[in-house]
Design a protein around this ligand. Structure first.
Ligand code: 5GP
Ligand code: ZN
Length: 221
């Protein structure tokens, strides 16, 4: 079933190409999201059946499990940051492009800040109400610049309290992010740019165009 599609990666990571499964440990499998909502979008899948069948709020209330997942998520975030640096580099296409640029004196030094630390641009968290059945932690760049980002719920699921940072676990019993009505309201909220805070109401197409502009600025920040 669609809802169960992540189980195959957990049980048989070896059946997928290395381009889709980036890292396998006894406790976790790190994969690429098949419908990435940002420039880099990975999923960390815990392999323990006792945990992956639980709701994230439940599973991540186990301190030992949480510590394991946190450590793996940090490794995954470093990997994502390195990939982001490669993707944003004007030379990511090939070293030929770099050599050509050097030879012709057209090196776009200004395009990528030297020595930029990309780790702060990577976010780690879970959706309050996941659509996929098996526990997965999202590890993604903040840009939301992707053809796969197609509607308001997609955007709001990563840019409202519907996205719960892994760092916030375990959640308190009275944390409002446990509340279904609150979370449904979050998905339907007015759109707000992640970068500048500008409001777009329900005008998703306008937000998308704005995100293109923000992407160009963010690359050079
Ligand atoms: P959720 O909303 O459940 O937190 O997010 C599930 C994520 O899984 C989505 O970002 C979606 O794009 C991704 N996804 C859905 N089906 C597949 C699949 O078959 N393979 C991979 N790699 N990702 C998937
Ligand atoms: Zn903006």
């Amino acid at each position: 079933s669609y809802r169960g599609a992540l189980l195959e990666y957990i049980q048989h990571p070896d059946r997928f190409p290395a381009s889709q499964v980036l890292r396998t440990t006894p406790n976790t499998v790190l994969i690429r999201d098949a419908f990435p909502k940002a420039t880099v979008h990975l999923l960390l899948l815990p392999r323990s059946p006792a945990h992956y069948e639980q709701h994230p709020h439940e599973a991540l209330s186990d301190p030992a499990f949480l510590a394991t997942i946190r450590a793996e998520a940090e490794t995954a975030a470093r990997l994502a940051a390195a990939e982001l640096a490669r993707q944003l580099s004007p030379f990511s296409a090939s070293s030929k492009a770099r050599n050509d640029a050097l030879a012709t004196g057209t090196v776009p030094y200004d395009d990528l800040p030297a020595g930029r630390d990309y780790l702060p641009e990577i976010r780690i968290g879970v959706h309050a109400h996941p659509s996929m059945a098996h526990l997965h932690v999202h590890i993604l760049s903040r840009d939301m610049h992707s053809d796969r980002l197609k509607h308001r719920k997609h955007y709001n699921s990563f840019n409202t309290p519907f996205f719960v940072p892994l760092a916030d676990y375990p959640l308190a019993e009275d944390d409002e992010r446990r509340d279904s009505a609150f979370q449904n309201a979050n998905l339907g909220r007015d759109l707000v740019c992640w970068a500048c805070g500008k409001g777009f109401g329900n005008k998703f197409a306008e937000l998308k165009r704005h995100l293109d502009d923000e992407f160009e600025l963010w690359k050079k920040r």
